[in-house]
Design a protein. Structure first.
Length: 209
């Protein structure tokens, strides 16, 4: 089996979670990583045995041996970096939420189509056992015609930066922005749309309290 070689942009807290997953996938190897903070980059690469290290993501994208690049950055950086990844001819796996605006998300989708590469957003909760079971029940008609859905979510600990989780930029409107709905609400919204068969959206409402 051909080895799948991956590059990773961003070595913050979510990148560590990705690396734990990559280590359990046969045939996948993260061979290069990038971060603006050299000390953090070196500590990350030393921990996971990553040889090639870059302070400029453009240098990482010049490599011709990467099958895919994993974008682990703050929300508002997802679009520009992911588009550059795809423009370099690399498949792109990007953390959620897709982008900081609809316009940016649409540009990312167009880039994947234009450059003919694979593009995926990290929405791991779509693949959980509960969602798989619910999808099967719905598709086989056990629940009848679905006309209304509702999802709840709460978080008592591990709140970004407030509880020491992540860095201060996580709460920055410039870099991340949009709050809990963008950060965690995307999981709930994507689950509901998936279970409904991805119908055209008329309106979405939510409440954070």
């Amino acid at each position: 089996m051909k080895e799948i070689r991956v590059g990773l942009i961003g070595t913050g807290i979510i990148a560590h979670q990705h690396m734990e997953m990559y280590r359990d996938i046969p045939g996948v190897k993260v061979v290069a990583a990038c971060d603006l903070q050299e000390e953090k980059l070196n500590a990350f690469c030393d921990k996971y045995g990553i040889e090639h290290r870059y302070l400029d993501y453009r240098r990482l994208l010049e490599r011709d041996d990467l099958c895919s690049v994993d974008v682990c950055l703050h929300n508002n950086l997802h679009a520009p970096i992911s588009v550059d990844v795809m423009a370099a001819g690399k498949n792109c796996y990007c953390e959620k939420p897709m982008a900081g605006s609809y316009a940016d998300a649409a540009a990312m989708k167009r880039a994947a189509e234009h450059y003919k590469v694979k593009f995926h957003i990290q929405l791991g909760m779509l693949y959980g056992g509960e969602v798989i079971a619910a999808k099967k029940l719905i598709d086989e008609g056990y629940l009848g015609k679905i006309y209304h859905t509702r999802s709840y979510g709460y978080r008592r600990r591990g709140r970004p930066y407030v509880d020491g989780y992540g860095e201060k930029e996580f709460d920055s409107s410039q870099w991340a922005g949009h709050g809990a709905l963008y950060d965690m609400g995307v999981y709930h919204i994507s689950q509901l749309l998936y279970l409904l068969g991805c119908p055209p959206v008329d309106r979405v409402s939510g409440r954070v309290y």
